[in-house]
Design a protein around this ligand. Sequence first.
Ligand code: AMP
Ligand code: GLY
Length: 426
Amino acid sequence: MKVLIVGGGGREHALAWKFRRDDPSIELIAAPGNPGIATLGRCEAVGASDVAGLLALAKSESVGLTVVGPEAPLDAGIVDAFRAERLPIFGPTCAAARIETSKTWAKDLMKRAGVPTAAAQTFSDPAAARAEARRLGAPVVIKATGLAAGKGVVVAVSLNDADDAIAMMLEQRAFGDAGREVLVEEFMTGEELSIFALTDGTHAMPMIAAQDHKRIGEGDTGLNTGGMGAYAPVSIATSAVGGAVMDTVFEPTLAAMRKSGSPFTGLLYAGIMLTPQGPKVVEFNCRFGDPETEAILPLLDSSLLAPIRAIAEGESIASAAPYSWRAGAAVTTVVAAEGYPQSARAGDAITLPALPPNVTVFHSGTKRDAAGTLLTAGGRVLAVTAVAKSLAEAQRASAAYAESVSFEGRQFRRDIGWRDLAQNRA
Ligand code: AMP
Ligand code: GLY
């Protein structure tokens, strides 16, 4: 069977790596892929958001299964287009992807379904938004309602900062139409978890939790990024927490989506805050997270391809075999380019030393030049995952390999998993 992976980052490399292990007989195609994925399959120069080009590729190659990595093609209706041609594809329709692509739609759904989340109201009028921020008091969270490449959220520590964020989004239109409306949202405190569930629209198969490290600096300081690392499992994600997330988040959300006429199939990512009142939803994503996927999949012993294929073919996963997880822990350290996240130096030669047996390198932002030299080509360049018996050991091995990678100006955090280690929870 030919499997087409849409995308070209570390998440898609990890999916390709896992699929190849699950079934060595598959033929992998990635669009556009990257030099890491090219060691596992064939890369085709079709953009991840080029729905017509991807459809033509899938048809001409007689692809048996398409798996979509990023949210942009989902928002562009790739699943609707493939389904109309009866081509099996894993992911939500454009209407179901609204759970990520419209924060207002997602909030309304959660409200209707009684899913615990921060209280929030939507505004297009700056004065009304400022008044609501004053009513809630600082800290307060201002969010562009549309897709803003992960940059549309400001946690304002003062009302001045809130006013600036409202002006930036509603008046200066920093995010274009994605900031035509903003949510003014109550601030929640607690630790965050990323919980992914495969779903056929009715049944959910949640995976072990991971924790993303969004800030550029060690100790979670400095600017927000796409994610500087992740680890799994997370000790505060106990089975009681997992049960509560299943009962209060996944089940009512999937039921509300079915009721709304847009059942969600694919991978539902719940960004959870473990507040003193219990787990609450920070946001949903309609796809695998990056870099959490690079930490979670190396711990998954059972097949990922089998349930994904069943879902793409419209089958129920009610009686699918449960996942089996390796003992131990995984730490993924992202090696980023100089200047990230404001800018990213590109085009520097990368040297990758030989891999220790417990380390895997996923390519996030790399390319090869005509001579075959591996070069940096993005803010997040590599995701280095180490699997070990303990979290401390996994952190050491992941950071040690990241240290040994060389390219001009590389930066990475040595403390992925620090909350668990500092509190001696692991
Ligand atoms: P999002 O893009 O919605 O995941 O938001 C980015 C980050 O902002 C989250 O990972 C949180 O760290 C933070 N954040 C978002 N909403 C809230 C909230 N209501 N209270 C506290 N922090 C939040
Ligand atoms: N790691 C956060 C995300 O994928 O959105």
